[in-house]
Design a protein around this ligand. Structure first.
Ligand code: ACO
Length: 327
């Protein structure tokens, strides 16, 4: 049994190719001004045709393992959050396992959209705690650009590609993941979905080019639900951990929209200088958003030993959740 579960390494990776708001002005009827004011996004990374999510997941994982000083043989489990897998079968985690050479690992994908990384951390923590595994790699990766309708200005300006990873291990020293709070509401699935491509409506010649093959979102309804759910998750996890907002050194929220982030911070009475933001550089990378932001915050020195940080997410499903970590 392990009491303290720590993140001992983080890593991230994104495609080199950048699509700016000005580039998008040439593709759909939009403007840099509209996108910046409504979302905070300035640019996003887009994977070239010959790359898949597992390529970026592999790079991010190798960087996390290098920081942790952990070899591929030592990984007992890989938990990978994605809604844009390399293929329907097998899991992207299996493909990643092979690319990493992590031959001793049990692996699985989880589908919790933008909350995938927090769900993954929570599962990893529980399995290490009960002693079933020692070292777990948790990954969030998306290639959303393949599932975006590039002629729909309501959605195509929002999303980007990338991957983030963290290595978790039990420790005798107090600290690490203090607790997690997870929630879902499947009755609101219709507000954010890719209606086609599963067993309900398989992709075939009759639906080539159909808009339901891509991400469909009722933006303003998702916006309101996101602010409410992220504030709720943050408030709940503070209560569970017997902490207050003032104890949180840095909040790392899901990076979907700067206005959602600011509204959540305001409800928590957290000043923006204690909130990590990189949505301007990546757009919404769903499951990859929090681990990319966490890795950047660690590497920029924004998180110091002993700091309490909060991760909070909301995504399609709806799914949402939060966790507090003592670094
Ligand atoms: N450029 C210019 N105009 C646009 C664009 C665009 N790219 N997109 C929409 N508009 C127009 C609309 O057509 C609408 O015009 P109309 O009034 O003539 O009909 C107008 O702008 C306002 O549209 P709204 O949808 O009301 O704009 P809103 O302020 O809500 O912003 C946005 C839209 C950015 C999508 C916002 O609602 C949002 O961020 N929603 C949440 C997204 C999110 O957080 N998703 C998280 C989960 S993602 C996941 O799980 C994968």
């Amino acid at each position: 049994m392990q009491k303290y579960i720590r993140i001992i390494g983080t890593g991230s990776a994104a495609p080199d190719q950048i699509l700016t708001n000005v580039d998008l002005e040439k593709m759909v009827e939009t403007s840099d001004k509209w996108i910046t004011e409504r979302t905070g996004i300035k640019e996003r990374h887009i994977a070239p045709k010959d790359k898949v999510g597992s390529d970026y997941a592999c790079l991010a994982s190798q960087r996390a393992m290098q920081m942790a000083g952990v070899t591929a043989d030592e990984i007992d489990m890989i938990i990978l959050g994605t809604v844009t897998p390399d293929a329907p079968l097998p899991s992207t985690a299996c493909i990643l396992q092979d690319k990493l050479g992590a031959k001793n690992a049990a692996v699985m994908d989880i589908v919790a959209a933008c909350s995938g990384f927090i769900y993954g951390l929570s599962i990893a923590r529980a399995l290490i705690m009960i002693g079933q595994v020692k070292t777990v790699l948790v990954v969030g990766v998306e290639v959303l650009s393949r599932f975006v309708n590039w002629s729909d200005r309501n959605t195509c300006v929002l999303f980007g590609d990338g991957a983030g990873a963290a290595v978790l291990r039990g420790s005798d020293k107090p600290g690490g993941i203090i607790n997690a709070y997870l929630k879902s509401n499947g009755s609101l699935a219709h507000l954010l979905q890719i209606p086609m491509g599963g067993s309900r409506i398989p992709l075939d010649a009759s639906n080539v080019g159909h808009e339901d093959r891509y991400i469909r979102m009722k933006g303003s309804e998702v916006f309101k639900a996101a602010v409410k759910a992220m504030s709720e998750a943050a408030t709940k996890i503070l209560k569970i951990c017997e902490l207050e907002s003032k104890d949180i050194k840095l909040m790392i929220p899901h990076q979907a929209n700067i206005r959602i982030i600011e509204a959540t911070a305001k409800r928590l009475k957290l000043p923006m200088d204690r909130v990590y933001v990189n949505v301007h550089k990546y757009g919404n990378t769903s499951a990859a958003s929090i681990p990319i932001a966490l890795d950047e915050a660690v590497r920029e020195g924004r998180i110091k030993k002993g700091d309490k940080i909060m991760l909070v997410a909301f995504g399609a499903g709806f799914t949402w959740g939060a966790t507090i970590i003592e670094w």
